[in-house]
Design a protein around this ligand. Structure first.
Ligand SMILES: [Zn+2]
Length: 272
């Protein structure tokens, strides 16, 4: 799933490969997928895109947006993008853009959105992601972080605080687990149990972790335009079988709040 750092990396990769080139043709939903979300009819995608060029690509939350004059194309969450010279026979895609000498293929994995519009799209998750400061923005400073903590003290667990309700757009289950491990905090730990020092430390861990993942071109669980990311996840399905890199102990996997959590019971103690 694309999260905040991968959206940034993808936007940079798309900028390098797909700006200022005319879109010659568009194919929508060649391989229908139940969980591929579109905001409008296929013909509108063609009307908006064919003959146009993108001149910028931006990232916000877990969204990536290619934009040109009267022309926007937005990718959200479980998308896999490919830049190919020839159409591969084994790839199922839900959007294809044809350029003069290459193609952009967009495939939906578990679920994800491909949105297209001329002027604006009124979509609540996008509106929130555009409005709130990104995790690496200057506006996301210690003052903002402390205010968010202060406003959410009522009984929330750490996973719930960080990764639900769009409090921090683009911060999902995957990045949340890397952050909590680094900070030595259990995902079920109550936000209200953190002391002043823990709160400050967690802020710095978030900033450093996000920068680190961006610098390494995304997490190794995600395949971006140039292949898998280079950041080796510690608390993911991919690395679950390897011992905790700090204490050497065995990691634990549990189902919690509609997803899997991974943690080290030694390094991330849950105080009852
Ligand atoms: Zn450990």
């Amino acid at each position: 799933m694309i999260e905040y750092p991968e959206a940034i990396v993808l936007s940079r990769q798309l900028k390098q490969k797909f700006l200022n080139q005319t879109i010659l043709d568009v194919e929508v939903n060649a391989f229908p997928h139940k969980m591929a979300w579109f905001n409008t009819e296929s013909e509108i995608y063609r009307d908006v895109l064919v003959g146009h060029q993108f001149n910028d690509c931006i990232a916000y939350g877990s969204f990536v947006e290619l934009k040109g004059e009267d022309c926007h194309l937005v990718f959200h969450e479980g998308v896999q993008l490919r830049d190919v010279q020839e159409l591969p026979l084994d790839v199922k895609y839900q959007l294809m853009l044809v350029f003069e000498d290459h193609f952009l293929l967009v495939s939906i994995k578990m679920y994800g959105g491909i949105y297209c519009f001329k002027d604006d799209l009124n979509y609540v998750y996008r509106n929130i992601a555009l409005k709130k400061p990104g995790l690496l923005d200057e506006r996301f400073d210690l003052h903002y972080w402390k205010m968010m903590v202060q406003n959410n003290l009522e009984k929330l667990s750490m996973k719930s605080f960080l990764a639900t309700e769009q409090r921090f757009p683009g911060l999902g289950n995957g990045c949340c687990q890397e952050i909590l491990f680094e900070a030595g905090i259990h995902p079920k730990c109550k936000l209200s149990s953190l002391n002043y020092k823990d709160v400050e430390k967690l802020y710095h861990v978030i900033k450093i972790k996000m920068m680190d993942i961006v610098d390494q071109r995304g997490r190794d669980t995600e395949i971006l335009l140039d292949g898998p990311g280079g950041y080796p996840t510690i608390m993911s399905s991919k690395s679950f079988d390897s011992p905790c890199p700090v204490c050497g102990g065995t990691k634990v996997k549990e189902v919690y709040l509609g997803g899997s959590i991974y943690f080290c019971p030694q390094c991330q103690k849950l105080e009852e």
